[in-house]
Design a protein around this ligand. Structure first.
Ligand code: HEM
Length: 144
């Protein structure tokens, strides 16, 4: 068994699961903030947000990091001297901060303390899309 390809396969499965959550959770926030008065709907959204964030996104983020670092370990840390890898890691760190921010929004909604508008969530929903494009082009083309 080629462990490098095994690590990369698990890395990609974890990354896809993480990105699905990063793109979908803000959409739930959009509809939640537009239906905050409806207690029944709000409780359903709270359950969706909590399960998506804690049961799917966070384990997927941790696995993306573990198998990403295992790939770096296999390739050798000299890979950090390559600009494409530096840009990728900076983008992934921003994605991780974004993930943690979404987690704080899950807690705000759970405590009925959300102050952000649905327009705000529509706008920040573009952040992971932009980072996804940068990361995939950097890691596939390795242009720099
Ligand atoms: C969480 C921290 C991450 C680390 C440390 C990391 C590190 C790595 C490394 C070292 C490789 C192998 C590169 C190669 O074989 O040339 C790799 C492959 C890859 N990574 Fe990541 N990565 C991370 C997150 C992500 C994220 C968030 C995405 C997408 C949004 C991503 C997308 C990819 C893709 C598509 C490949 C396969 C590239 C290929 O086979 O040519 N990675 N990653």
């Amino acid at each position: 068994m080629n462990t490098y390809l095994l690590f990369k396969s698990i890395h990609l499965i974890a990354v896809i699961s993480w990105m699905v959550g990063l793109l979908y959770l803000p959409r739930i926030f959009v509809y939640h903030s537009e239906n905050i008065e409806n207690e029944n709907s709000s409780n359903i959204f709270k359950t969706m947000e909590r399960k998506l964030f804690y049961y799917i996104m966070t384990p997927a983020m941790i696995l993306s990091w573990i198998f990403g670092l295992l790939l770096i370990h296999t390739l050798g840390f000299s890979i950090f001297s390559e600009l494409w890898m530096q840009i990728k890691v900076i983008s992934v760190v921003i994605l991780t901060i974004y993930h943690l921010y979404l987690g704080s929004c899950v807690i705000s909604f759970a405590n009925n303390q959300n102050n952000n508008s649905s327009k705000f969530y529509r706008i920040i929903n573009e952040i992971p899309t932009l980072l996804l494009i940068i990361i995939v082009f950097m890691v596939v083309f390795k242009p720099l």
